[in-house]
Design a protein around this ligand. Structure first.
Ligand SMILES: *[C@@H]1O[C@H](CO)[C@@H](O)[C@H](O)[C@H]1NC(C)=O
Ligand SMILES: *[C@@H]1O[C@H](CO)[C@@H](O)[C@H](O)[C@H]1NC(C)=O
Length: 259
C-alpha cells in the first residue's frame, strides 16, 4: 500500500461523490463532501450584467461582502482569515475547512439571491483499520470465529465496511464478519478489510485465516505439481517448452496449432 495509491483512491471517491451529488440534485443545492483542511472554490453563475455587489452567507450568517464604490471586500466571523472573494466573478474561496464549517452556503449577486446553494459536508479521513479475531485464540478446534474491522477516528461520519478474501474483489459487508470452519472458508488464506467514507479509503493489513486448510493438498496433487514443474524446467532449458507443454496438458499452444 502506497501513500499515492491511498490518495488516488481518496480522490476517486471524492470525484464520484461530487458527481453523484450533482447528478441526483434536482433541487438547486449542490452537496460537496470535503476533507478536513481542504480548500474549495464556489463560483456563482455568470450574471448578464457587470457585478456591482456580492454577499456570501453561511447558513444565515454574513461571510463576505462587497459593494462597488461603497463597501470594500469584508470578511466576517470565523472566515476572516480563511476566505477570499473575487469581485469580478463573485467566486468565493475557502481554505483550511473544519468540520464545523459544514453547512449551507448561498450568494447574492447584484442584490439577487441565486437559486443555486451549496451544502458543504466536511469530514475527517478514515484511519487504516485492523482485522481483529475473536476469540483471540481462534483455531481449527472451533466451528466459527468472528473477524472485526476495527478502527476509529473522530469526525469521519458514517463509514462503510468491505471485506476481501485473498486477492478477490472487495465486497460490501458489516464491521463484523463471521467465518465458519468449513471447506469454503478453508480455501481462503488471507482476509483484509476496508473502511470508507465519502472522502477517503483505509485498508487493513492482511490477517491469516485461522481455518485455512491450504496445506492439506492430497499427496498425488502435490507430486503432480512438482513433476510438472520439473518437466517445464527441463524442457525449457532445451528450448522445447511449447511441445512439452502440449504433451503435458493436451492443449496445443497457439504457435503449435498453426504449424
Ligand atoms: C489540519 O491542519 C491543522 C493545522 O494546520 C493540523 O494540525 C492538522 O494535522 C491538519 N489535519 C489534517 C487531517 O491534515
Ligand atoms: C484452540 O482454541 C481454543 C479455544 O479458543 C483454545 O482453548 C486452545 O488453547 C487453542 N489451541 C491452540 C493450540 O492454540
Amino acid at each position: 500500500r502506497t501513500p499515492e495509491g491511498t490518495a488516488g483512491r481518496a480522490l476517486a471517491w471524492l470525484v464520484v461523490a461530487t458527481l453523484t451529488a450533482l447528478a441526483t440534485c434536482v433541487c438547486s443545492q449542490q452537496v460537496i463532501h470535503l476533507k478536513l483542511n481542504d480548500s474549495i472554490q464556489l463560483t456563482p453563475a455568470k450574471p448578464s450584467r457587470f457585478i456591482s455587489s456580492v454577499v456570501w452567507k453561511y447558513d444565515k450568517n454574513l461571510l463576505a461582502e462587497w459593494v462597488y464604490q461603497s463597501i470594500p471586500v469584508t470578511y466576517y466571523s470565523k472566515f476572516k482569515t480563511r476566505a477570499r472573494l473575487d469581485v469580478t466573478t463573485g467566486s468565493l474561496a475557502l481554505n483550511n475547512l473544519r468540520v464545523a464549517d459544514s453547512g449551507m452556503y448561498s450568494v447574492e449577486v447584484n442584490n439577487q439571491v441565486l437559486a443555486l446553494t451549496y451544502m458543504l459536508v466536511v469530514m475527517a479521513s478514515v484511519p487504516n483499520p485492523e482485522v481483529q479475531i475473536s476469540p483471540p485464540l481462534c483455531n481449527a478446534t472451533l466451528d466459527s470465529c468472528t473477524l472485526s474491522c476495527e478502527g476509529s477516528a473522530p469526525d469521519t461520519g458514517p463509514v462503510e465496511y468491505f471485506w476481501r478474501k485473498d486477492n478477490g474483489a472487495w465486497t460490501r459487508g458489516e464491521r463484523d464478519l463471521e467465518i465458519a470452519n468449513d471447506d469454503d472458508t478453508g480455501a481462503v488464506e488471507l482476509f483484509a478489510c476496508r473502511m470508507t467514507n465519502p472522502v477517503s479509503v483505509g485498508d487493513s493489513d492482511v490477517a491469516k485465516n485461522p481455518f485455512y486448510r491450504g496445506n492439506n493438498m492430497p499427496l498425488y496433487v502435490s507430486l503432480g505439481v512438482i513433476l510438472g514443474a520439473n518437466i517445464i524446467f527441463v524442457s525449457s532449458t532445451r528450448g522445447r517448452l511449447k511441445r512439452e507443454y502440449t504433451i503435458m496438458t493436451g492443449i496445443p499452444s497457439a504457435s503449435n496449432s498453426r504449424a
